[in-house]
Design a protein around this ligand. Structure first.
Ligand code: NDP
Length: 285
């Protein structure tokens, strides 16, 4: 009997500008290949002026979904049919999912972080210090708050951005937050369970940049997490390990947000090990 041929692949992708250095394709397509899915993940340069047409294209071409990165995380919302809970609280979308004929915006950055965090600690009732108040800090703190974290000390260089995130966490997720303007080396307060770098300090090529933190206040058993995916072994990650902390690097968050995206789009649970190895290969070459 003749075999039924199918040359049509299911489409997903990433829209951003600039986007050429975004490594997500390597890990997502490694997972598709590993799980024998005839799917593609295309890295596509989309300008702010072209975003509306790009989303129309997604509808017309039947994409199963797409990630969006800088500068589209907020602007994309007006082109979608609905939002998941955390995307709605954050006011930012990094993963769009087709459900029937609707395009729904989700935010998987914070959820990816939370999956990594839970492998070391249940966030319920925990006190967390977070450096940074940008998109990554917003996604992480909203998700930890929704998972029951007891409260945050938010440390940021810019006071306006710090106060804006503090107000969002107070108002929308009813959590306790103390904002501290970042001046000099910050000392981690007693009673802190976890410390998170959600700034861009340490990102390639400024790999030796130092986070202004008194590392002698990092205690054995604390969870210390860094969002920087490249290089994953940041100065903070190394120093925290030396002091006996339990460490999460930025690859964990990146891989897990990809895992959640693939789950949303395909319904399968991909192997995170395959995805992490694909990224390690990219960053080591
Ligand atoms: P934003 O531009 O929204 O925020 C950047 C934050 O870093 C701000 O709080 C900014 O402070 C702070 N910052 C930057 N430089 C310095 C400095 N020299 N000293 C003190 N504070 C500084 O970026 P995002 O939040 O979107 O991204 C932050 C990092 O998170 C990026 O490196 C990105 O690669 C990483 N990321 C990783 C993900 C992963 O999956 N691993 C997912 C998403 C992001 P200020 O307000 O004072 O300017």
């Amino acid at each position: 009997m003749a075999k039924v041929l199918n040359f049509k692949q299911e489409l997903t992708g990433c829209f951003g500008q600039p986007v050429s250095e975004n490594p997500t394709q390597a890990m997502i397509e490694a997972a598709y290949k590993h799980h024998r899915l005839d799917w593609r993940y295309l890295t596509i340069e989309v300008s702010p002026a072209g975003l509306a047409d790009a989303v129309k294209g997604v509808r017309a071409m039947g994409f199963k979904g797409f990630n969006c990165t800088i500068p589209h995380k907020v602007a994309v919302i007006q082109h979608l049919d609905g939002l998941g809970e955390s995307a709605s609280v954050m006011g930012a979308v990094n993963c769009v999912v087709r459900r029937g004929d609707k395009l729904i915006g989700e935010n998987t950055d914070g959820k990816g972080f939370l999956e990594s965090f839970r492998t070391l600690m249940d966030p319920k009732g925990k006190r967390v210090v977070v450096f940074g108040a940008g998109g990554a800090a917003r996604a992480i703190t909203v998700e930890l708050a929704l998972a029951g974290a007891a409260g945050f000390t938010l440390v940021n260089r810019g006071a306006a951005r710090g106060r804006e995130l503090t107000a969002l966490l107070h108002d929308k997720v009813k959590t306790q937050v103390q904002f501290v303007e970042w001046i000099g080396d910050f000392k981690i307060p007693d009673g802190t369970d976890a410390v998170i770098n959600a700034t861009s300090i340490g990102l390639f090529p400024d790999v030796d940049a130092r986070l202004a933190l008194d590392v002698s206040t990092l205690k054995q058993g604390m969870v210390v997490a860094d969002v920087i995916p490249n290089p994953p072994q940041t100065r903070l990650v190394r120093e925290a390990r030396e002091r006996g902390c339990k460490v999460i690097d930025g690859l964990g968050m990146l891989v897990n947000q990809g895992v959640i995206g693939i789950r949303h789009w395909t319904g399968i649970d991909p192997d995170p090990g395959v995805m992490r190895r694909a990224l390690e290969e990219v960053f080591s070459s």
